[in-house]
Design a protein around this ligand. Sequence first.
Ligand SMILES: CC(C)(COP(=O)(O)OP(=O)(O)OC[C@H]1O[C@@H](n2cnc3c(N)ncnc32)[C@H](O)[C@@H]1OP(=O)(O)O)[C@@H](O)C(=O)NCCC(=O)NCCS
Length: 221
Amino acid sequence: MVTMRRRYNPGNWKKQLCFERIKKKHSEIIEFFQTYQRELKDFLIEDALRAQELVVSNTFLVFDKKNKSRYSTKRDNKLILLGYITVLNDSIRLDASLKAQFRDEGVGYKSLPALKIGRISVDNRYQMKGLGSCMVVWAAQRAVYLNQTSACRFLTVDAKRNSEKRKDTFHFYQKNYFKALNKKEYYSNSVVHKQISGTTLMYLDIYPLVTKLRTGNSLNF
Ligand SMILES: CC(C)(COP(=O)(O)OP(=O)(O)OC[C@H]1O[C@@H](n2cnc3c(N)ncnc32)[C@H](O)[C@@H]1OP(=O)(O)O)[C@@H](O)C(=O)NCCC(=O)NCCS
């Protein structure tokens, strides 16, 4: 059984977690998933599999490795879904500062390829244990490996904003090294007005990780 006290390490997620692409056989397990964002549960149950069949997005379910192996040898009678992540191909229109950065490197495109985190959710009972960060690292590593077949420079996400800081996912992504694209903060009378609703498009440049892989280093970060 997965204990509530267990913490997950983003630098070493492979030892603790397994990611499985959603299939029909998971229909019972996903029913028990709990999230305070109703639409994220609805998507998982009603749309994730269909979107996958229609090649619109891929959803991966996240399990604890210990729980999974005990479950498959019948020493645990319950397989617990810790979270899920949905990914799809994307591209971003470069804002002024990225355009200038790429122009200096001799790249004159207006937009560049990316992998998008379409949805990410950790079960309410397992939040704040490092799982969300592990899922971000997993997605960044997938984006890096995409470069063996088609180019991918960024990991992107539309971060859900909330006036309550502990529910404002902008901070979660900032902690995971994402930056805001087209910042919506604005100044008037020397006061910074911060965006606190809707979504903010954020990106993580995976180039440093790609070069790490090219030089034969492991991708742990
Ligand atoms: C956002 C979410 C995936 C984060 O997963 P998690 O496993 O709880 O995150 P972690 O334990 O890896 O948290 C890492 C850090 O981010 C911060 N953080 C986590 N969730 C946060 C949130 N919703 N808002 C603001 N900060 C958050 C934590 O304080 C933690 O910081 P610390 O290391 O200084 O304590 C999870 O809270 C969730 O599923 N929320 C509901 C669904 C949702 O909003 N999805 C995102 C849609 S864009």
